[in-house]
Design a binder for this molecule. Structure first.
Ligand code: SF4
Ligand code: SF4
Length: 238
């Protein structure tokens, strides 16, 4: 994103930027292009009285284009054609059925408005997960960032790109959950951003949540949430 010479330095736009990338000036405001995640909020807010915001063509050229794909909910991801997070969320498991009994899904959403994330921070987690032997969700745009899913390494050109948030989704056997949670704790000490952690499982036939003991044993506070299919989508039971 850029600001053109029509800017009258009124300052109306600055509260709208979720990463404080708009720099104050005496006669002209500018954008810190290294910090900008190309979310487009400044422009779409229509706060500017002189329409000074514009998206230069180079903002849409790969790898910079990744910023907009991960930060602007109106821009689809080329690898999944999805918008927003670019993936069918794991919590919709009763519709998508991607996790069977005995499996767990683990999701980590990196970055948030106010802090964002470099993709290199996310790579620390994909490398740790690959070392455990998890399966990365292929219908998630993060998969396309990797040069090698066996190591979790990202393509060199994407690492420095900065995005508002990106969600990593993996699947593993339930026995691997303690290993995964231990690795998550370790990587959490190394990343320069925030992330949330979800564990997804199917409830047992007895109504129990089979992964809760492992989560509590690993020192995490579990806050169970359920999503119930009321007949929409593709129900698991024919
Ligand atoms: S595009 Fe988003 S991150 Fe960039 S200056 Fe505008 S509001 Fe801030
Ligand atoms: S709102 Fe427009 S005119 Fe005012 S400081 Fe921002 S870019 Fe400049």
């Amino acid at each position: 994103m850029r600001i053109n010479g029509d800017c009258i330095a009124c300052g109306q736009c600055t509260p709208y930027c979720p990463v404080n990338a708009i720099l104050e000036g005496v006669t002209l405001y500018t954008i810190d292009e290294d910090q900008c995640v190309e979310c487009g909020v400044c422009m779409h807010s229509a706060a500017c009285p002189v329409d000074a915001f514009f998206m230069p063509p180079e903002s849409l050229v790969y790898p910079r284009s990744l910023r907009k794909e991960y930060s602007d909910p109106g821009k689809p991801h080329p690898s999944t054609k999805g918008i927003g997070r670019g993936t069918e969320e794991m919590k919709c498991n009763d519709v998508t059925a991607r996790f069977k009994h005995g499996e767990v899904g683990v999701a980590m959403e990196f970055g948030r408005p106010g802090i964002a994330t470099r993709l290199s921070e996310l790579e620390k987690m994909t490398m740790a997960m690959a070392a455990i032997g998890v399966t990365f969700e292929k219908k998630n745009p993060v998969f396309a960032l990797m040069s090698d899913p066996n190591t979790g390494c990202f393509k060199p050109e994407v690492k420095n790109e900065r995005v508002l948030s990106a969600i990593l989704e993996v699947k593993a056997s339930a026995e691997k959950l303690p290993l995964i949670l231990s690795a998550v704790r370790k990587v959490a000490q190394q990343v320069d951003t925030v992330f949330s952690l979800d564990v997804i499982t199917r409830v047992g036939d007895d109504g129990e949540i089979p992964v809760l003991p492992a989560i509590r044993q690993a020192g995490f506070q579990a806050r169970p949430n359920a999503k119930i299919n009321l007949g929409l989508g593709r129900p698991l039971i024919p």
